[in-house]
Design a protein around this ligand. Structure first.
Ligand code: FAD
Length: 347
């Protein structure tokens, strides 16, 4: 029987484990955390990601728990619609990361929780998959130590507040944006992305006083932003520096493959990171499935996976980076907004 070691029991690791197990592989998943997480942001599962979840066997649970996103829109800080209102054509489902991981774990073999790998020592499997996220240790084996995540120069503060909506709205202002999106479990998901250089002097720190920080950053913005800020559960707020990866020259070396954030961690602005990760998982399983018996040499199948996914993931990474610039732009906002309104009028 062919064997795979998967480092990382996140979205990509669990999806890959489920798909390879369906194909008759013996799979071990090593996860550093002691258990599945109980907190995390809401993630949009676009139709192509739902198709992968269907193959994994998790789509029904995701549809049952998640919220159908009916409309996505971009508004100015004052609340005027900027781009076209996008009505969901396929089934885009928004689900919180912990519930998505539960649904995936129910389809995957048992995970070895609390097993942090420092590298590849002791792994004699036919294939080793680095699904260990942006801080991947497996990546050094594939591309060397010199490749490291890059700060994007913006911070993110995320959390939830009680309520419900099926509309995804992002408000754009100079150097900062605020998002309000559906979330399961009777909550709304919110997030703030900001350039630390625009934080007004005297603003409370986002870690010490998230509500005070948001009030100061979004004073005078649309009423919905202010209402959301007043409703936030401050104890669930999470603040971090946003980073992405440079374009990797390869995502495969020998019998080792990278996928998901380990291969192409991206700015969150397109909401595509988890979707691209699921597409990686499906492409990897397809490539390994097509090579009926790797006979101890998985390299040709992994090269086929790399050909299918390296550039595709990097394209989305670059687009996410570009989207962040467009959203947070301080100068040339007027022509940008005019352009978005023209697109809306033509749509
Ligand atoms: C604010 C925000 C909003 C987002 N919104 C969206 C969205 O709407 N739609 C979307 O598609 N994507 C979204 N994303 C991106 C998405 O969350 C990621 O792209 C996705 O989680 C990547 O999955 P992964 O499996 O590659 O990595 P992860 O989910 O990070 O999983 C990696 C796993 O590996 C484990 N691990 C790490 N190192 C080791 C080790 N040495 N040994 C053992 N285990 C290890 C970690 O504990 C973790 O469980 C968003 C991201 C952020 C930050």
């Amino acid at each position: 029987m062919t064997t795979a070691a998967i480092i990382g029991g996140g979205i990509g690791g669990l999806a890959t484990a489920a798909l390879l197990t369906q194909q008759g592989w013996e799979v071990e998943v090593f996860e550093r955390a002691a258990s599945l997480p109980t907190t995390g942001t809401a993630l949009g599962m676009w139709p192509e990601a739902m198709a992968v979840l269907e193959r994994v066997g998790a789509a029904d649970a995701v549809r049952e728990i998640g919220i159908d996103q009916r409309i996505a829109e971009i508004r100015s800080a004052e609340g005027h619609r900027l781009g076209p209102e996008v009505r969901a054509k396929g089934a885009t489902v928004i689900i919180s990361r912990p519930r998505l991981l539960e649904a995936l774990a129910a389809c995957a073999p048992a995970v070895r929780f609390g097993d942090r790998r420092a590298g590849l020592d002791g792994l004699t499997h036919d294939v080793i998959v680095g699904a260990d996220g942006i801080g991947s240790v497996v990546r050094a084996h594939v591309v060397g130590h010199e490749v490291a995540p890059r700060p994007l120069g913006v911070d993110v503060l995320i959390g939830r507040c009680p309520g419900d909506t099926d509309v995804f709205t992002e408000y754009w202002g100079p150097g900062r944006l605020f998002g309000v999106t559906p979330r399961d479990g009777g909550y709304i998901n919110w997030y703030s992305e900001f350039d630390p250089r625009v934080v007004p002097p005297g603003t409370p720190g986002p870690d010490e006083d998230p509500r005070g920080f948001l009030r100061a950053m979004y004073r005078g913005w649309a009423p919905r932003v202010a209402e959301t800020i007043e409703g936030i559960e401050a104890e669930t707020a999470l603040h971090y520096r946003s980073r992405d990866l440079p374009r990797l020259p390869r995502i495969v070396r020998g019998n080792v493959a990278l996928l998901g954030d380990a291969a192409h961690a991206m700015a969150p602005n397109l909401g595509r990171g988890a979707c691209e990760t699921l597409l990686d998982a499906a492409a990897l399983a397809d490539a390994l499935g097509a090579a009926a018996d790797v006979g101890g040499d998985a390299a040709p199948a992994l090269r086929a996976y790399e050909a299918a996914r390296r550039r595709a993931g990097q394209r989305t990474m670059l687009l996410s980076r570009a989207m962040r610039h467009v959203a947070l732009i301080s100068r040339l906002r007027a022509p940008r907004d005019l352009l978005l309104r023209a697109v809306a009028a033509a749509a």
